[in-house]
Each structure stands twice: as structure tokens, then as C-alpha cells.
Design a protein around this ligand. Sequence first.
Ligand code: CXF
Ligand code: ZN
Length: 362
Amino acid sequence: MSTTVKAAVFSALGAPPEIRDLVLPDPGPGQVRVRIAAAGVCHSDLSLSNGTLAQKWPAVLGHEGAGTVEAVGEGVTSVSPGQHVILNWAPACRACWFCRNDEPHLCKHALDRAAVPYAHLTDGTPVHPGLGCGAFAEATVMDADAVVPLPDGLDPAAAAVLGCAVLTGWGAVNNSAAVRAGQSAVIMGLGGVGLSALQAARLAGADPVIAVDVSPAKEELARSLGATEFLLADEHLFKAVRALTGGRGADHVFEVVGSAKVVRTAWNISRRGGTITVVGVGSAHDEVTFNALELFHQARTLRGCVYGSSDPARDVPIVAESVRSGDLKLAAMVTDEIPLEGVAAAFERMSQGKGGRSLIRF
Ligand code: CXF
Ligand code: ZN
């Protein structure tokens, strides 16, 4: 048996998505089929589509999603049909060196499933799931350990953004950088991940919370989500951040763009002894330089951050509680609700730095 669904299929590197019929096999042992309620369009999807990140083709991209378990395969006990779940693009094996070292976000096997076809087109062509998820489709089949139960009281469509943007941005602030109340925080880049980091910094009690973007159109949204200051990413940035941080520079700077130039600026606007957390996914061809003396003398910490150092099984309930209490606002980060046909336009907005999250609603 199988299930045929509509999916945005990318046939090859650089090809635009096309809406095609996708044939999903019934969930095998240890697998589940999830009917997707909504899927967010992440910058990493664009990076996969254009070759900045590796991907096998054809593929259904989309790794930020939530929905309802529709069917479970043999031996699945962790979730049952009807249950709401979030997709986890980096499921931890819990057995490798990194998992046993309490770094499940660095699991050696996190992305293994992305390389293996999970479905096929009606002509039999095998299709790969972007980051193991394939969320740009009406349904997907995944390992049961790659879905996380959504706590009661949260609408799965609204909660889809938890799956990447929120776990990454919130986790960068709370898990990776462990921002404390009263520390200054700068968030550079206000897409879905940056807006999540911004809210997390506010909730952690950071002060000031300085939002930075190239687009002045982001100011109103940034302030409404807790930025105490908004600065344009221009030649005045260094002085403006110094002026807001006692002349020192910021305790924490979050780079949520994925560019060597922005990483270097993030370094420049942090204080001596401060921390720069690189959340944005950059390119292997984009190099950032530091001289050996400044690395030593500035005593700053420059840290990469994958999936907000999060463990979705541990962190989704915490984040969900913040959503339920009204502290963490999800709907405000979604600036464009789109149909499945809207992925290409969402990519275009992202490459122009426009808008927050685009969310496909099924
Ligand atoms: C990315 C990070 C780089 C590998 C693929 C996933 N994170 C989220 O979008
Ligand atoms: Zn993502």
C-alpha cells in the first residue's frame, strides 16, 4: 500500500520547485506517516536548492514542520495516530560519541536519512527528503524518533516554526550562549531564526536587546517582539553599539545571517571578553579573518551553533510553555502565509532579505 500526496519537488540542483504527485510508502517498522499542517520556509532550504549545502536530487525540501500522526509502523510506541508532532531534522541516535557526550545536536547520524530515498514519483523515480523531513508536501514518512510530540494546547500549524527557527534561535540564546539577565545582546539578521533569538534574549532578561538588519522595514516588528533598540547594519553600527553598551561593545552578539562579513562585524561590535554566537549558515567559500594578536588579546569567544544546541525532546516542552503563556509569539514571526506553490516566491523574498518567516499552510 502507499499514499499519494502533493509535494513541491526539486528535480535537480538549481531547479525551481514543481508541484508533483509524490508516492509515500506505508510507514515501515519504526516509522510514522505525518500529515503536515504547516511548514516554514527556512534559509537552509534555499541553501540546499542552490548547492551551498549538499543535497541529493530529486528532493522534497522543507524541514520545519508540524502535523498529525496518521499511521504508525510496526513497533512504534512513542506516538500514536491522531497525535500532534513537530518534525526534528536532526534526530539524535543517543549512542554515538557526541550523544553520549551530551551533545545530541552534534549527533554523528543526525542527517543520515537525508541521503536515502524515502518516496518516489509516479514514474518510479526515487525522491530524497530534504534534511530527512520532506515537509514541503501534504504528508511525509519519517522515523518515529524524528518526531517530537507537541504538548497539548498548541495548534500544530502555528507550532511548525518551532521545528527549526525557534529551536535554533531560542536555543542559541539559552543553550549555546546561556544569556543572563542584564547582559547586552545584539541580534544581527531578523529572519525567522533571528526573530526567535530576539524574543529569547528579551525573555532571558537581556538589556539592551539590540536588533540589527539591513532593512529598515524590520524595525517595527523587531520592537514589537522585544528589541529595545533597532540599528541598521551600516557604517555607523560599530559606534552605535558602543554608545549603547557603555563604550565597551556587547556581551553577546548573535550572527544570524551566515556571512563572513557579518561574522567579522559581529566580532567587532562585541566587547572584550564577549561572546559571538554564529547561528547563520554560511558558505565554505566565504572566509573570515582574525589576526592572532586580537584573538588572544580580545579574549572573546567565537562559537558556532548548530540547531541552537537543542535537544528537541527536552526543549520543545519548555518552548511550548512559553508559547502557551504568551511570552513567545509565533504568529508575529510569520510575515507570509503561502500555499505550497509559493516556495519559489518565498526563496526570492529570503534572498532579498525581505520579511520574517514564510509559512506554507496545507
Ligand atoms: C541547517 C544547518 C546546516 C545543516 C543543515 C541544516 N540548519 C537549519 O536550517
Ligand atoms: Zn532550518
